[in-house]
Design a protein around this ligand. Sequence first.
Ligand SMILES: *Cc1c(COP(=O)(O)O)cnc(C)c1O
Length: 206
Amino acid sequence: MEPHLFTPGPVAVPHAVRVAGAAPLIGHRSEPYFALLGEIQGRLRRLLGTDRPVVLLPSSGTGALEALVVNLLAPGERAISVSCGAFGDRFREIAARWGVAIHAVDIPWGSAAGPEDVARALKECPDASALLLTHNETSTGVATDLAACLSVVPPDGPLVLVDAVSSLGAMACRPDAWGVDGLASCSQKGLMTPPGLGLVALSERG
Ligand SMILES: *Cc1c(COP(=O)(O)O)cnc(C)c1O
């Protein structure tokens, strides 16, 4: 009997994906691999609506979030952290442990942040270097309307960093159109592939 995964991720992987994983190995420094990686890059860029390279990481989604924080923020800088659940809290904790000073915006669990919450935080914390948001808060099943929330962030405002771990592949994710500077996701949720690959999409600024 096959085990059933009653989790938001890893999700059950389609048969064709499992079979592809059983194919004979190819060299990781060979032309066939370069072609495969090029195809994956092209597909990820289409999925994300971006022309820029998507950075692939040998990590979980949490590792991709940490990669955003440690590469785009310095200890001592300030970040606005909008959280409406367990994963928003985790993103905040990653930044806090890196030494980032947190301006916390706590939305009641079960609700989503709106543009008014973001606008207020920007006013209260004008020197923030980053704004941390969760696209789909898996712990409560609440999605945040990023297009609306980010419409109040000026182009020279804080870097916008987004946890899109459970949204990518399941809902529209348009970081460039929405003004996201760093988006983190991974392989084992909406993309329906095995765990082990993190991914990061960056804006020009990011
Ligand atoms: C699952 C999840 C994570 C953590 O991903 P891992 O790959 O398990 O590290 C982070 N954020 C959200 C919103 C998630 O759903």
